[in-house]
Ligand binder design. Structure first.
Ligand code: RFL
Ligand code: PHB
Length: 389
C-alpha cells in the first residue's frame, strides 16, 4: 500500500492532520494501536484555544464545536483566600472554547469515515523504516497479517509512549524533562458546574480545578500524591477535599453526585529536540508534554499540526520544501513558550512538599503582582488564550 503521508496515531493530532490534508487533496493513512472505542473513552483536555477552533473549521469539522462548545471570556484564580478574575476579552479581545477532547476526536473520526479515508485500528508492532531516505515505509501487524505502507512522509502522532520519537537515533535526540512530586485526580460527574467559568484554586491543602464539559457535565481535579490510586478515593472523600480547596462561595454552592469517571494523571514537562529526522515529523505528545495547569497539551498538539500542515502544503502545491526543513525549529519556538507558561501556572498554584519558605513567599508575591498589575494579567491572558501560530 502507498500513501503520501503515513500518520502513526489516531488521537487528536493524527486525525486533525489527516483531515486538514484531505481538504487539500493530500492522501493519508492513519494507524492506531487501540480500538476506536478505546480512543473515544479517554477523558482528557477540555479547553480549546481559538487557533485550535480555527483549524477545526479549516478541516471542515467545526460544526458541532460551534453549536455545543461554550465560549469562555475569562477564568478565576483563587489563592489562599484571595480571588482574581482574568478577563480574556478585555485584555486580549479573545476567548477560549470549552469542548472536550473526546468530542473533538469523535468529530474527526466521523469526518474521516464520511470521506472514506483509510484507518487501521488495533495495529501491533508498528515500526518505522528508511526514514532518512526518500522512500520511508512502515510495517505493522493488522488482523494477524504483516502489512507495509510506503509513503513520502511519516507523521509521528503516537503520543508520549509511541514508537516514533524512539525512531530518531539517540545520537541526534536530546530530551529535556521535569517531573513534579504530585498528580491530578480527576472526576467527571453529571452535575451542573459550580461556576460559569473555570476556577483554578491554590490552597494550603493543594491545588483544585473546577472545570466542565457542558451545562450538565462537570470536570473537577485535585492535586494528590503520586502514590495514590483512584480507588483510594471514594466519591464522598473527593467532594469533601474539593470543597476544602475551592473558594468558600463556590464550596457552599457545589452540587455533588456520583462520579462517572475517575483517574489520576502524573504531571510532567518534557520536550524532545529535534522534532524531525529525515522524513519523520513528530506532532503533539510524541514530542512534548506539559503539566495540565494551563490547558496547553492538546492546544500545543494543534499548533504543531498547523505548522506541519502548512509546510506539507507548500511542498505539495508549490514544490517548496523550505518550511518542512524548518518545521522543528518553528514548532519548538512556540513549544518552549508554552512549556514556560505551564510550568509557571503549576508552580504558582500547587503545594510542593519540599517548598522553602522563600519559594512560598515568592509564589505569594507572584499572585499579588497579578492582582495589582494589568501588565501581569495581560501576560497570563495572552498565554492562556494561545500564542499566535
Ligand atoms: P494522544 O492523544 O496520546 O494520541 C496518540 C495516539 O497514538 C496511539 N498510539 C499508537 N498508534 C499506533 N501505533 C503505536 N505503536 C501507538 N502508540 C500509541 C495512541 O493509542 C493514541 O490514540 O496524543 P496527541 O494526538 O498528540 O494529543 C495530545 C493530547 O491528547 C494531550 O496533549 C492532552 O490530552 C494532554 N492531557 C491533557 N491536556 C489538557 O490540556 N488538559 C487535560 O486535562 C489533560 N488531561 C492529558 C490529560 C493527557 C493524559 N495522558 C496522555 C496520559 C490526561 C491524561 C491521562
Ligand atoms: C479540563 O476541563 O479537563 C481541564 C481544563 C483546564 C485545564 C486542565 C484540564 O487547565
Amino acid at each position: 500500500m502507498r500513501t503520501q503521508v503515513a500518520i502513526i496515531g489516531g488521537g487528536p493530532s493524527g486525525l486533525l492532520l489527516g483531515q486538514l490534508l484531505h481538504t487539500r487533496g493530500i492522501d493519508t493513512v492513519v494507524l492506531e494501536r487501540r480500538s476506536r472505542e478505546h480512543v473515544l473513552s479517554r477523558i482528557r483536555a477540555g479547553v480549546l484555544e481559538t487557533g485550535f477552533a480555527e483549524l477545526m473549521h479549516e478541516a471542515g469539522t467545526g460544526e458541532r464545536m460551534d453549536s455545543d462548545g461554550l465560549i469562555h471570556e475569562g477564568v478565576t484564580l483563587a489563592c489562599r483566600g484571595r480571588q482574581l478574575r482574568i478577563d480574556f476579552e478585555a485584555l486580549t479581545g479573545r476567548h477560549v472554547v470549552i469542548y472536550g477532547q473526546t468530542e473533538v476526536t469523535r468529530d474527526l473520526y466521523d469526518a474521516r469515515d464520511k470521506a472514506g479515508l483509510p484507518t487501521f485500528f488495533e495495529c501491533a508492532d508498528v515500526s518505522l523504516h528508511d526514514l532518512n531516505t526518500d522512500t520511508p515505509h512502515i510495517t505493522f501487524l493488522h488482523e494477524g497479517r504483516e502489512t507495509r505502507i510506503e509513503s513520502d512522509f511519516v507523521a509521528g502522532c503516537d503520543g508520549f509512549h509511541g514508537p516514533s520519537r524512539q525512531a530518531i537515533p539517540e545520537s541526534v535526540r536530546h530530551e529535556f524533562e521535569k517531573t513534579y512530586p504530585f498528580g491530578w485526580l480527576g472526576v467527571l460527574s453529571e452535575t451542573p458546574p459550580v461556576s460559569e467559568e473555570l476556577i483554578y484554586a491554590g490552597s494550603e491543602r493543594g491545588f483544585a480545578l473546577a472545570s466542565m464539559r457542558n451545562p450538565g457535565l462537570s470536570r473537577y481535579y485535585i492535586q494528590c500524591p503520586l502514590s495514590n490510586h483512584p480507588d483510594d478515593w471514594d466519591d464522598d472523600e473527593f467532594w469533601q477535599e474539593l470543597k476544602r480547596r475551592l473558594p468558600q462561595d463556590a464550596a457552599e454552592t457545589l452540587i455533588t453526585g456520583p462520579s462517572i469517571e475517575k483517574s489520576i494523571a502524573p504531571l510532567r514537562s518534557f520536550v524532545c529536540e529535534p522534532m524531525q529526522w529525515g522524513r519523520l515529523f513528530l506532532c503533539g505528545d510524541a514530542a512534548h508534554i506539559v503539566p495540565p495547569t494551563g490547558a496547553k497539551g492538546l492546544n500545543t498538539a494543534a499548533s504543531d499540526v498547523g505548522y506541519l500542515f502548512r509546510a506539507l502544503l507548500r511542498h505539495y502545491l508549490r514544490g517548496d520544501s523550505t518550511a518542512l526543513g524548518e518545521y522543528s525549529e518553528t514548532a519548538l519556538r512556540r513549544i518552549w513558550k508554552t512549556q514556560r507558561f505551564s510550568w509557571w501556572m503549576t508552580t504558582l498554584l500547587h503545594s510542593f512538599p519540599d517548598r522553602s519558605e522563600f519559594d512560598q513567599r515568592t509564589a505569594e508575591a507572584e499572585f499579588a503582582m497579578l492582582q495589582e498589575s494589568e501588565a501581569a494579567r495581560h501576560v497570563l491572558a495572552e498565554n492562556y488564550v494561545g500564542l499566535p501560530y
